[in-house]
Write a protein that binds this ligand. Structure first.
Ligand SMILES: Nc1nc2c(ncn2[C@@H]2O[C@H](COP(=O)(O)OP(=O)(O)OP(=O)(O)O)[C@@H](O)[C@H]2O)c(=O)[nH]1
Ligand SMILES: [Mg+2]
Ligand SMILES: [Zn+2]
Length: 389
């Protein structure tokens, strides 16, 4: 039976509280019944003292058929969510999608996870295990994969449903093989949050409903090309998109910076350490406009990830995207992003094309969706990058 460190603190991926596993009830995921409660006031003082001491040296492992047949899980004492059953030996990496309404967050999640499940990119970075936890796969298939890749229709705008009061992440267990530079395997839960742009556009929404942005290990900030005024005004911006924005994305970025500083106690002028990728979404819409300024960017073609994450290729696209933002009068985003210590620029297309008038795609051809995630994993020291040859 594996030893579980009883004094280690773990971060709940749902409410972000720091918890000790000894303080969690063990619950059946099937019936919801409490299988082993944390001792409460109902038991005698002496017994309570004894169990308290025991919990300081021993935490039960949830292995064996007794727990498997109940799909046993620990329950967070703060938010009552059932924790992933691997929480004792995994580190949680919360990756938050940020972007205005209709900037492309949900289609991106659909294409990103599909690309990860295909395996080539993960094999390349020596990820030897990728497993969705709990209800993640069912939710992914119903809300993302099914609509986009099977029905080839637009995914509906994200919003909390009737009785929901918080966004729940998709959680994937990732195991990385030992390498020359690190002789131990790495165990990581990739915790991916998607939320409605409406719930992050003002400080109140971000403080309560999209709080994950302030707790994230890494951020992917989406910039819709249709929020770049220089692109929208370009006559060659075809096909003309159905959403043209009145304002640029950098006001949302200002808010992220302001609230991250408040949350983490960072003085103005000091940099925020959370790595962030500023990613231009819907890069297929840029095909014509980049041509009009004589650019043939490599960010509109899919690279091979077979033998790993190529830093040189990423750096090329990083420069290209910054050039596009400069040339189309969106330098404010470049300037604003200087508030972050680790920032890079990327571009991807989740679908390869805009939907038709019936909200359908004739085919779905994602491009460069894994780039932002691989860069974050590299910055977080989870994967290694291939330096230039
Ligand atoms: N051309 C093009 N359109 C895209 C792409 N990705 C998304 N779209 C379109 O952009 C619109 C919004 O995409 P969503 O993924 O729903 O945007 P979102 O950021 O999740 O929006 P909210 O959930 O409302 O915050 C949809 O009509 C998509 O069809 C893309 O890669 N290329
Ligand atoms: Mg959405
Ligand atoms: Zn919790």
């Amino acid at each position: 039976m594996p030893f579980i460190n009883p004094i280690a603190q773990h971060v709940c991926p749902y409410c972000f509280s720091k918890i000790k596993l000894a303080d969690c009830d063990i619950v059946s995921s099937i019936s919801g019944a409490v299988l082993e409660p944390v001792p409460t006031k109902t038991i005698t003082k002496l017994l309570r003292l004894f169990t308290k001491l025991l919990r300081l040296i021993y935490v039960r492992s949830l292995t064996g058929s007794k727990y498997t047949k109940e799909l046993a899980a620990r329950r967070c004492p703060k938010c009552q969510e059932l924790l992933p059953n691997n929480i004792e030996y995994m580190e949680n990496f919360i990756i938050g999608m940020v972007g205005d309404t209709a900037s492309g967050k949900s289609h991106y999640i659909a294409a990103l996870i599909n690309a990860l499940e295909q395996g080539e990119a993960l094999n390349g970075v020596k990820c030897i295990g990728f497993i969705p936890k709990g209800d993640t796969q069912v939710r992914y298939e119903n809300e993302y994969y099914g609509p986009l890749f099977v029905d080839k229709t637009v995914i509906t705008a994200t919003a909390l449903k009737g009785d929901e009061y918080k966004y729940r992440p998709l959680i994937f267990e990732m195991v990385f093989a030992a390498t020359n530079n690190s002789d131990r395997k790495k165990y990581v839960n990739l915790v991916l949050f998607d939320a409605g742009g409406e719930d992050m556009k003002d400080p109140k929404g971000m403080a309560i409903l999209t709080r994950y942005i302030l707790k994230a290990s890494g951020l992917i900030f989406l910039v819709d090309p249709m929020s770049i005024q220089g692109v929208v005004r370009e006559p060659s911006a075809l096909p003309q998109p159905n959403v043209v924005r009145a304002s640029s994305s950098f006001s949302l970025l200002y808010q992220v910076i302001d609230m991250c500083r408040m949350e983490k106690g960072i003085k103005p002028g000091d940099k925020i350490k959370t790595p962030i990728v500023i990613a231009v979404s819907k890069s297929d819409l840029l095909n014509n406009v980049t041509g009009s300024i004589g650019m043939q960017p490599s960010f509109t073609s899919e690279p091979s990830y077979r033998d790993g994450f190529h830093l040189q290729d990423y750096d090329t696209t990083n420069d290209e995207v910054q050039e596009v933002l400069r040339r189309f009068n969106e330098s404010a985003i470049l300037k604003t992003s200087e508030a972050f210590e680790n920032v890079s620029f990327s571009a991807f297309s989740a679908t390869g094309m805009s939907p038709d008038q019936f909200n359908r795609f004739s085919s779905v051809k994602p491009c460069r969706c894994v780039d932002p995630l691989l860069w974050l994993l590299w910055k977080l020291n989870i994967i290694e990058a291939k330096a230039s040859e």
